[in-house]
Each structure stands twice: as C-alpha cells, then as structure tokens.
Design a protein around this ligand. Structure first.
Ligand SMILES: *[C@@H]1O[C@H](CO)[C@@H](O)[C@H](O)[C@H]1NC(C)=O
Ligand SMILES: *[C@@H]1O[C@H](CO)[C@@H](O)[C@H](O)[C@H]1NC(C)=O
Ligand SMILES: *[C@@H]1O[C@H](CO)[C@@H](O)[C@H](O)[C@H]1NC(C)=O
Ligand SMILES: *[C@@H]1O[C@H](CO)[C@@H](O)[C@H](O)[C@H]1NC(C)=O
Length: 474
C-alpha cells in the first residue's frame, strides 16, 4: 500500500510538473551515468561564451546566461547541431539564470559551469595562490553552486581552468586547486539535494599533463579534495591529415585507460588548419577511446581567437560558419544509442610523491587548511544566496534570423521542447541551406520534417517504454 501511494505521488508529480527536466547525471567509476535510464552519458558538447570573456558584465547585470532571447537563439542552433552539453566559463552568482537554464534544459542540453570569474578575486591567482584562497573567494564560488544547484541540467562544476600551464605554475597551485575542490564538494554535500561532480579542466601541456592528472585524481587519505571528473583542453588533432597516432590520442588513451573518474575533452577543435573538418569526432567517440566520455568543441561563437562555429552579428542575427556544417555532419554520423558504459570502477592510487614524475612539479600532498572563517561558511551556507529554479519555457520561436554558411536563411528556427525528459542528440539535419538554394536543396536544408524527429524519437524509445510500464503497473 505504502509503495502504491508512493507510486501515485510520483505519478501525480510527473503529470503536474510544469517543466520537463533532463535527468541528473552522476559519476559511477569511469562513467557518467544518467540516473534514470542508467545508461552512459557521453558529452557531445560545445563551449559557450558569446562575447568571449567580455560577455561577462556583472556591472551591467549580464553574463552569457542572463539574456533569454540570446539563449533561445543559440539553444536552437546548438540543438540542431546535435549538442547535449554546453560549458559556460564566467557567470555572476547574484544574477538570475532561470530563463536560460530552463531553455537549455527543455532543449535537452546540460551545462558545465566554471565557478570562477575573470575579475580580481574571482579565481585562484596562479602566481601567488595563497593570496587568493580566502573567505571572499569562497563566497563567490559557493554562490555559483547555490545559483546552479537546483537546475537538473547542471552537469558539473569546474573548480579551475588551466591554472597549471607550465612547470612553474605546477609547483604549488595543485594543492590549492585541491583545497578549493575539497571546499566545493563539502559545500555541495551540505547544501545541495543531489551530488554534482566537481573537477579540474587541464591544459594539454604534455610536460605536465601526466603529473597534473596524477595529482588531481589520487586519494589523499579520503579528504575529498580529489577531482570527481577530469577535463582536458585538447588541441593536438589539427586538420584533415591528422590521425589518432599523429594527434597523440594513443598516449591520451594510455594515460586515461585506468582513470578512476570520468575524463573528457573540456575543449577541443584545433584551428591551425581552417576551415575545420572535425575528423577527431569519429575518433573521440570510437571504441578505441571508450575510456573518455566525449568532449566539448571550442567554441560556439566566433571571437578574436578564431575558434567559432558561428558568428554573432551586431544586429543579433547569427551567421553559421562552415565549421558548424562540418561539426554537424560529424555529430550526425554518431550513433548515440550505441554508447555503453565501461563499467570500470578503479580504485584511485593513494597520493604519494612517487606518482609525480617531474621533480619540479608539486608533490606536496599537505592540502592547505580550510581558510579562516570558511568552515562556518561551509556549514551554515552563504548569506542570501540567489537560488535558481526551472521556469516554464513558452517562447520557442527563434527571435533572430540565422544565415547558413552560404548566406541563405536557415529555416525551422524553433526550439524543440523535448518530451519524456529527453536528452538532445544529433538529428540528421543539415542546417545551412546549400548555395543559391533550389527547391530540392532547401527541402534538404530544413531537416526538421524528416531526419530530426525520427532519429530523436529513436533515442527515447526506452524512456517512453519505461513510462508506459510505470502506468501499466499502476
Ligand atoms: C538581449 O539581447 C538582445 C540582442 O543582443 C538585445 O537586443 C536585448 O536588449 C537584450 N535584452 C536584455 C534584457 O538585455
Ligand atoms: C591499467 O590497468 C591494467 C590492469 O590493471 C594494467 O595491466 C595496465 O598496465 C594499466 N595501464 C596503465 C597505463 O597504467
Ligand atoms: C544583420 O547583419 C548581417 C551581417 O552584417 C547582415 O548580413 C544581415 O543582412 C543583417 N540582417 C538583418 C535582418 O538586419
Ligand atoms: C606543503 O604544503 C603545506 C601547505 O599546504 C605547507 O604548509 C608546507 O610547508 C608544504 N611543505 C613543503 C615541504 O613545502
């Protein structure tokens, strides 16, 4: 009886909930696992920071996830691309991100959020980390946790990005990053109602990568400062002539094969050969690289660094670059139903100087003590946090025109609200209309009608069946 009542309560919850929500994802050994379907979650992602670092304007009350219309415009194009995750680098913990988070959630797109910011006091200062690890800094990063912890599509937090980028910065920063991770994880445990993984996003500087990795993953007497996930910003695969071996992906696989936690590319997409063809996508999601959990392409918008797959025009319209087409084509070739969990549950090695190969790299595993006043902050929570919550997404029509790589207008600019709490995936669509569009090429361009719906539905068959089964039991 009790279980019947529980089931009824759950069902009522399902029927009355206003907002669809992606399933929280959690870490199980080397895999990211969807907590409801129990299937492996592979990150098919894109780094998202329109405006670059300058898109973070706390003084003006805006950051990349505050403008509903901008998020809708871009979520539509990321959905069509086939992405299931974005990474956002700089957010203000005092702002309201409900509309944007909800739009991405409804689109079946998860978010990985960096807790730091580019302004003074908003990150660990790699030159003198001890000066920046203090209560005010923790207030900021705990604020980001408070802000994003209630969104089911918050996939993970990054504690830091590329703080160690050469031997010199590898000398003392690792222990501070572990201190920050320990505190973030303790805060999440005390103040969030689910686990949210915390990890470090590493520069692919091969001199220090192995040591960085070893330092971040090892078990330091169970102090909880280890990374739950490990992101690698990987730019070694350049152009159509590169191969698994020439890009050094074989070395990466060797290094991460025995990882105790999920590893993925937190950035990839070398731009030394333009336009990009993204052949590395096929490798990244192949059986050979099953130890990795996918990755995020750097990056959605074209900024000074020339990595964008789309140009955001001054009038608010978007022009796709051929990089978008190439990436979409590569994503479309993936069979996302085929990904299976590695099932790897490897015990991390105990932290020990022996794990560190280079004498100059940090091998001090005495993690800095919790900063003055910070334990109370962790226990009681920060004052007046801004807690986000999902809101209903009603506007789905693209607010701006989007031009394909050959100049023609992209059709079907509507956000698809995924039913059954679905995750977005490659749709088989070609968004950029071919050159001077003839009748037939424009039909192909508006892939909504054909490939998109059916392929997505295929991915959810299991979910739908599960829902029917639940109803039948009742
Ligand atoms: C959102 O961005 C659009 C396009 O850049 C702009 O026109 C609009 O004013 C912005 N809205 C807010 C509330 O800032
Ligand atoms: C990974 O683990 C396997 C099995 O324990 C072992 O044979 C192999 O040498 C390890 N590889 C690396 C690179 O440590
Ligand atoms: C917006 O700006 C782009 C780039 O300058 C231009 O190609 C396009 O025609 C403009 N669109 C509108 C609707 O103004
Ligand atoms: C190791 O780091 C701790 C702080 O985390 C520091 O107090 C200690 O002096 C360091 N030990 C050495 C040998 O540098």
């Amino acid at each position: 009886m009790r279980s019947l009542l529980n089931s009824l309560a759950v069902l009522t919850g399902l029927l009355t909930s206003v907002a669809v929500a992606v399933h929280p994802v959690e870490v199980q050994g080397q895999d990211l696992i969807d907590t409801v379907t129990k299937k492996r979650f592979m990150i098919v992602g894109v780094d998202y920071q329109p405006g670059g670092q300058a898109g973070y304007k706390p003084q003006e009350g805006s950051d990349p996830l505050t403008n509903k219309s901008v998020c809708l415009r871009d979520a539509i194009m990321l959905q069509k691309l086939g992405a299931n995750t974005i990474r956002v680098y700089n957010v203000d913990p005092t702002l309201n991100h409900d509309d944007c988070a909800s739009i991405f959630n409804s689109a079946g797109i998860y978010m990985i959020i960096d807790v730091n910011g580019p302004q003074s006091g908003e990150s660990i200062n790699r030159a003198e980390p001890w000066t920046s690890y203090h209560k005010d800094y923790l207030k900021r990063i705990f604020g980001v946790v408070e802000n994003f912890k209630n969104y089911p599509n918050t996939l993970a937090f990054f504690s830091a990005n590329e703080v160690m980028n050469d031997m010199n910065t590898g000398k003392v920063n690792p222990q501070y990053i572990r201190a920050v991770q320990r505190d973030l994880k303790a805060y999440i445990k005390a103040h969030a109602d689910r686990t949210i993984p915390v990890g470090y996003s590493a520069a692919d500087v091969r001199d220090i990568l192995q040591d960085t990795w070893a330092y971040m993953q090892c078990d330091n007497n169970g102090d909880g400062s280890e990374s739950d996930i490990f992101g690698l910003n990987s730019y070694s695969w350049c152009g159509g002539d590169a191969t698994f071996a020439s890009a050094g992906y074989d070395t990466l696989v060797d290094m991460f094969q025995n990882s105790s936690v999920p590893v993925f590319f937190s950035e990839y997409g070398c731009n030394e050969v333009m336009p990009r063809v993204f052949d590395e996508v096929a490798s990244l999601y192949s059986d050979k690289m099953a130890a990795l959990s996918g990755g995020l392409v750097y990056e959605y918008s074209q900024e000074e660094s020339n990595f964008g797959i789309a140009v955001i025009n001054d009038n608010g319209t978007v022009s796709l670059r051929s990089d978008y087409d190439a990436l979409q084509k590569q994503f479309n070739k993936l069979d996302v139903t085929k990904f299976t969990a590695t099932g790897s549950k490897i015990t991390p090695p105990k932290c020990d100087k022996k794990l560190i190969t280079n004498d100059a790299f940090d091998s001090n595993f005495t993690i800095p003590a919790v900063c003055p006043g910070c334990q109370t902050l962790i226990k009681n929570g920060i004052d007046k946090p801004t807690n986000g919550k999902l809101v209903k997404v009603t506007d789905t029509k693209g607010p701006n025109k989007v031009y394909g790589s050959a100049g023609g207008e992209v059709s079907g600019l509507t956000l698809k609200l995924l039913s059954n709490d679905g995750v977005n995936g490659p749709s088989g669509e070609t968004s950029s209309p071919a050159g001077q569009s003839s009748a037939s090429s424009s039909a192909e361009g508006s892939g909504d009608k054909t490939g998109a719906a059916s392929k997505l539905a295929g991915g959810w068959t299991l979910l739908a069946a599960g829902a029917v089964a639940a109803l039948t039991v009742l």
